[in-house]
Design a protein around this ligand. Sequence first.
Ligand code: GTP
Ligand code: MG
Length: 509
Amino acid sequence: MAGARLWQGPWAWRSACAVRIRGVATEAHVKRKADVARNRKARHFVDTLVVEVQAGHGGDGCVSFHREKYVQIGPAAGGNGGAGGHVYLRCDPSVHTLARVPKRVVAQNGTHGEGDWLHGKGGRPATIHVPVGTTVRSLGWTMNERLIQAQPYLTHVRSARARKAVTIDPTTTPELAHSRSSVWRHFPRFEDDNYERAHFAAAETKFAQELRAYQAMLRHLPKEQQSVASQSRRTACEPRNAMERVEEACWSLDLLDPTPPSEPGVLLARGGAGGLGNPHFLLERYHAPKIATRGMPGESLLLALEYKQPSDMGLVGLPNAGKSTLLRCLSRADAEVGSYSFTTLRPNLGVMRLGAGGHLLDKASEQPESERLLVADMPGLIEDASRDRGLGHDFLRHMERCSALVAVVDIGPLNPRPGMDLIILRRELEAYRAGLSDRIALVVANKADLLGEGSSTARADAQEKLTKLRYDVDALFAPRAVPVVPISAKLHLNIDRLVQQLHRLPRHD
Ligand SMILES: Nc1nc2c(ncn2[C@@H]2O[C@H](COP(=O)(O)OP(=O)(O)OP(=O)(O)O)[C@@H](O)[C@H]2O)c(=O)[nH]1
Ligand SMILES: [Mg+2]
């Protein structure tokens, strides 16, 4: 334990120093910190995710000769390796979050070929299921271990120079020689001198021709049959920094329709082709080939997923206005409530159940529902959230798919001018996306229970404050008429009237 602390000590000290040395934290650093904080609490509401995708590698071809009674030296009988599994992406209407998408998706490798012409089995494909409304961006293809090993040799044999003579000298180009050994398999005891045999040169030329033909065939496939990895540029980006570079994505797709059941989905990464067994290298003058090829590496890529949660209405407001309390009051959602700012770090969702007359059904009510409205409670917005103050305003992406917005303001005694909150809110919504504040269809004046307590003057003051707020709302949203409903979300006061108003809200698509 003490050892572990000793080991952690200098590391922690060094990283703290690194931040101090840099002096000012970069914008990206601040953004990442806010993202980490948001993810920690509401893990069920994952809206952005970077996924490492790895298609299966091909199984190795086999070097074997047929043996049976009275047949001592049979023909070449090594099976081919199975192809690696592809990785697909499906848009699934039964999925509503990215929380279940693993951060690394790996398809199965093909199995190796065996003797007696037994070909290997193809690897099982892997499928990523995402909700309708997900934006998929490819951050580029990446190198995997198998590709790092095989790439130099594969590039060499594909090159024009190699077309004339494929000769690799291990003393002058040891790297290439090493890479070559990750592509070829040999019959036992032939590993050392197989490469010097004339037969190998002929087999290598054949392999190079076939490799070129295979790649040309892939290139000429219709666009929708080509993998996303092959349509992307190579990236050197690390998965943990990937979200910062999402703007540089080289391929992107908005999945607005579910994938038909008859289709496998978008092909993200193609599995590697299976290796070739030794019968494949039977040439006119060589009847006992003692070589086979290993399976080709599967494609790998880095993917950024972004999900904009569609909901019927979104509760927006400054911190502590009582948005989460209101969501709890309207639905069974267990949103966290606290008397400090930024209690909510990620959007919470709740379902508002309405009965036949458009009234709110009790949480335990067994009465039949006539309508359901999905309500999203957003984290608090503050002034300059668009400049990454507070939690920033990235979470507003969910508002883009929200039919109507409900602004929640604190009308209690601690907030002398609730109208100012609306001005800040409007400005921040507009800073995120011009026109977004036009979706505000209702203003909820919360914490009304704290006003007008006791004397009649207090009641008159409360009335005046509400009138002033109505005046501010009219001035701010003119020529639109935006109703103001005073409530107490905590004490469930005037909720019936609020529900009636919510029911009547105009919905944008
Ligand atoms: N008296 C009174 N207090 C309320 C009412 N609604 C909310 N509160 C209190 O106000 C505080 C903040 O409530 P939250 O629901 O967490 O506020 P929020 O807008 O979700 O805050 P953030 O998540 O930080 O943006 C809590 O202490 C609540 O108990 C109300 O109607 N009356
Ligand atoms: Mg909250």
